[in-house]
Design a protein around this ligand. Structure first.
Ligand SMILES: [Zn+2]
Length: 470
């Protein structure tokens, strides 16, 4: 079996064996949501990915400190520091307090995380509750001479940080020709970014604070540098986030932290998950193709059925979401749970027979969190008749500590009735025939549907139908 956990490091572009900075202890930071609107299923993939990472570290016997932030100020509609603060826009649109909006959507996000069996982070920190720490870090950066002041705010001068292009292999010359420099008047280089933005005295913002430079609010990137330092120290092991953060947000976090803290590398391993896409487009509010977890449930896809769906793709690959795939995952999940729970509870666990199967599963997890392979290994265990039911149960309990699918404990939700006017009509016609004791006609309709792999079950509440599992 592989010796240790191997993770793909975006910083070095290769899989590396994970060695924590402090033996026995893993420190992890994840960029969390901006809570100005509900978190949709595309936003939940990063959560499940970070959860799989955390569970893998736990499986290695490490103590884990996982910090996740909530952005409730300063994230602008445009990543280049132009545009409006997303929280303020939501507050203006709805006539509500920004804090109230943040509280509602933070609650929704936490609820959905838990329903997807994501373990709670050890620290959940909010940007608005760490204004002082952010001001302090900006003050240090100013002292080190890497900032400059323009009418819009205090900016980080990326020409003062030679490693700026390293993480994302950026070509700044190419960026120089872009239009971005014009977005904020006075910026020296397009890549320079806001540390502190001044509040426009004409526009009354809900969220603004006093600072050594004037009244305003923090730029988006500084919160992650300030809060990770507070809770994880000046260097830590793993930082996760979406691939979209590579070129701007994470690149800027590194510039701030490595300059202010005088360390390199600030973070040992950077991990980035790819997007969920729908018809080739990223699932995002801007494309309007969003679905919430509760909407999936209304379609008959359970939260853990959705988790099973996410496990079917590797986190570094884009995963296409389509109704058919989600339904197939729900069916696959239900089948796996039913098979696991049908295993007899009595009998002995055969340790030596269990070992190769355990190794196969752990090998998949240790190979950069290969969820599809791990899922296949767990499915193989359920169906392996050469293993006693007790051995299979014991192994599945171990697998589930990583998969998080409640394989042995889930109470299978009743499948919701799919609707299809033509099939509903045929089922109703068969029922009418039965009530009129026209048995031949009733059987004929049943056979016609059976030929399409549609099964009718007669229940005390009347007939229901479902598609036969492929
Ligand atoms: Zn961040």
């Amino acid at each position: 079996m592989t010796d240790g956990l191997f993770l793909f490091n975006s910083r070095t572009r290769r899989k590396e064996r994970f060695v924590p900075i402090e033996a026995g202890q893993a420190r992890v930071y994840t960029c969390g949501p901006t809570v100005y609107s509900p978190q949709h299923i595309g936003n939940m993939r990063p959560n499940v990915f970070a959860d799989l990472l955390k569970r893998a570290l736990l499986m290695e016997g490490l103590r884990v400190t996982h910090v996740t932030n909530v952005t409730d100020v300063g994230h602008l509609t445009d990543d280049s520091d132009a545009g409006d603060d997303k929280m303020e826009v939501a507050a203006q649109k709805t006539g509500r307090r920004a804090e109230e909006i943040a509280a509602e959507y933070t609650g929704q996000w936490l609820r959905d995380r838990r329903r997807l069996n994501c373990l709670d982070p050890e620290v959940l920190c909010k940007a608005t509750e760490h204004i002082e720490e952010q001001i302090e870090m900006i003050r240090v950066l100013e002292e080190k001479g890497v900032t400059y002041r323009i009418d819009d705010g205090i900016y980080f001068d990326v020409s003062k940080f030679p490693r700026y292009t390293e993480l994302a292999r950026l070509d700044l010359d190419q960026q120089q020709g872009g239009q971005r420099i014009a977005d904020v008047v006075g910026k020296k280089q397009p890549a320079d970014f806001a540390l502190w933005k001044f509040a426009d005295p004409e526009l009354k913002r809900q969220q603004e604070w006093d600072s050594p430079w004037g009244r305003g609010f923090p730029g988006w990137h500084i919160e992650c540098s300030a809060m990770s330092t507070k809770y994880l120290g000046t260097r830590f092991d793993i930082h996760t986030g979406g691939v979209e953060h590579l070129t701007v947000h994470h690149t800027n976090e590194i510039a701030q932290s490595e300059t202010a803290l005088g360390v390199h590398p600030w973070v040992s391993i950077w991990m980035h998950e790819d997007w969920l896409v729908f018809g080739g487009e990223k699932i995002a509010k801007s494309t309007g193709n969003v679905l919430l977890l509760e909407e999936l449930e209304a379609m008959g896809i359970s939260p853990l059925g959705f988790r099973y769906f996410l496990l079917q793709a590797h986190y570094r690959k884009q995963q296409n979401v389509a109704e058919q795939g989600l339904r197939a995952a729900e069916t696959g999940y239900r089948r796996l749970v039913a098979q696991a729970q049908a295993l007899a509870t009595e009998g002995n666990v055969d340790e030596s027979a269990a070992q190769p199967r355990r190794a196969e599963f752990r090998e998949a997890v240790r190979d950069d969190l290969n969820a599809p392979r791990a899922l296949a290994a767990a499915t193989g265990i359920v169906r392996d008749e050469s293993l006693s039911p007790a051995t299979r149960r014991a192994l599945l309990t171990e697998c589930d500590a990583w998969l998080g699918l409640d394989l042995l404990t889930a109470e299978l939700p009743q499948a919701t009735q799919e609707t299809d006017p033509r099939i509903d009509g045929l089922v109703a016609a068969r029922q009418a025939a039965r009530e009129a004791k026209q048995w031949a006609e009733a059987d004929r309709i049943r056979d016609e549907l059976a030929a399409e792999q549609i099964v009718i079950e007669d229940t005390p509440e009347g007939p229901i139908w479902r598609r036969n599992d492929p």
